[in-house]
Ligand binder design. Structure first.
Ligand SMILES: [Zn+2]
Length: 386
């Protein structure tokens, strides 16, 4: 186990060495963090997943029973499968002014910087507490943080501000789009493809549904973005997967279409999905049911990341701008755990080291200068909380 003061780079090397690809357990990493905190006398709370294979970790440094500032980061990373890495993705590798490794940027760099500052937080006799939350399954639709967030203000303290350290080049992001994954399953009826009139073709039906999704997509582009802050400047809809059919001589009974929506903060997603479902029910389904009365078209969601809506002048925004030495906030199009915190009543912004351009790619890296900037930000936070 580590003893004494450990640098951000050393901690990052440890964090990267745990293969916390979202499909794996993160418990070894969480155990490492828990032991590290314990070495400084900081107790932490585990919030395990339902199956016990993963966990979030929450700790408070400073007085208990008061709001405080929450620093939040996820422990999981995206897969390296099939990516042409030139270094070992799970060995932090310095080269020039960069540190290469899976998760170095998204977002173990932020977590490492927070942990490296723990001794200073402990020594500083904070009057406002600093909370650290390390989550899991962020890369699977920001689902892993939910059990921990639901405890805030219930059996864990409710922070008065939260900073989610996703890579923003230490710029303050106060708005992002929502993200929802949908699966539409069409069930028709099998038949010999020489006798198609006896079957109900699920793939033809899916094609009509996809064409409707494409029309809705075009409407979203035409509707644009009144705030003028987002790139691309509209809510977006994409079909991201399709699976169906059994063999070359069978009318397909089943087809599954995966699609997703990324909505601007004020986007009326329910209305759009209701329109799609009406189209499915009133236009596509009746044709299937001519031959197959048992035919069905069902749509359900697999994950839902709430948007981050700007809260101008919120404690989180004012604090982060002050600490980052900036005077403007930004909006991004990717989703984060921030929306869950906001939905729980915690003012939240996104601000962390590294660039989203390096996230999820082979040879992911973080610039050492970004880690230094994050450390300065955290030094400022400690000073504010003392
Ligand atoms: Zn991330």
């Amino acid at each position: 186990m580590l003893a004494g003061r450990t640098t951000t780079e050393e901690l990052l090397a440890y964090l990267v060495s745990f293969d916390t690809t979202s499909r794996n357990s993160n418990l070894r990493l969480i155990g490492f963090v828990r032991d590290y905190l314990e070495a400084f006398g900081v107790a932490s709370v585990l919030v395990p997943s339902e199956d016990g294979e993963k966990a979030s970790l929450f700790c408070t440094i400073g007085p208990e029973g008061v709001g405080g500032v929450c620093l939040s980061g996820h422990s999981d990373v995206v897969p390296v499968d099939g990516q042409p890495w030139t270094t070992d993705p799970f060995t932090l590798t310095p080269k020039d002014d960069r540190l290469y490794g899976r998760g170095s940027c998204d977002m173990k760099g932020f977590v490492a910087a927070c942990l490296a500052k723990v001794p200073d937080m402990v020594a500083s006799k904070l009057s406002t507490p600093i909370h650290i939350l390390v989550s899991y399954d962020e890369e699977l639709g920001c689902t892993g943080v939910i059990p921990a967030v639901r405890k805030l203000g219930v059996d864990l303290p409710l922070p008065r501000a939260c900073i989610v350290g996703e890579p923003t080049l230490m710029k303050v992001v106060d708005a992002h789009k929502s993200g929802t994954g949908y699966v539409t399953t069409v069930t028709g009826r099998e038949a010999h493809s020489s006798m198609p009139q006896l079957g109900a073709n699920a793939i033809f039906a899916s094609a009509e549904l996809i064409a409707e999704l494409d029309r809705l997509r075009a409407e979203l582009i035409a509707a644009g973005d009144a705030s003028g802050r987002f790139d691309p400047p509209n809510s977006t809809l994409q079909v991201v997967g399709i699976e169906g059919g059994t063999a070359g001589n069978i009318v397909p009974r089943r087809c599954v279409v995966k699609w997703n929506l990324r909505g601007l903060p004020n986007f009326d997603e329910e209305a759009l999905v209701a329109r799609f479902e009406r189209f499915a029910r009133d236009v596509v389904l009746p044709k299937l049911r001519v031959e197959a009365p048992e035919a069905e078209i069902e749509t359900h969601f697999t994950y839902r990341v709430p948007p981050l809506a700007p809260q101008p002048g919120s404690p989180a925004e004012r604090l982060a701008l002050r600490l980052a030495g900036q005077n403007a906030t930004f909006a991004v199009s990717y989703g984060t755990e921030g929306g869950h915190f906001q939905a729980q009543g915690v003012p939240t912004v996104i601000c962390g080291p590294g660039s989203i351009d390096q996230a999820h790619k082979p040879d992911e890296f973080i610039e050492v200068a970004q880690l230094r900037a994050c450390e300065r930000f955290l030094d400022g936070l400690i000073a504010e909380c003392t």
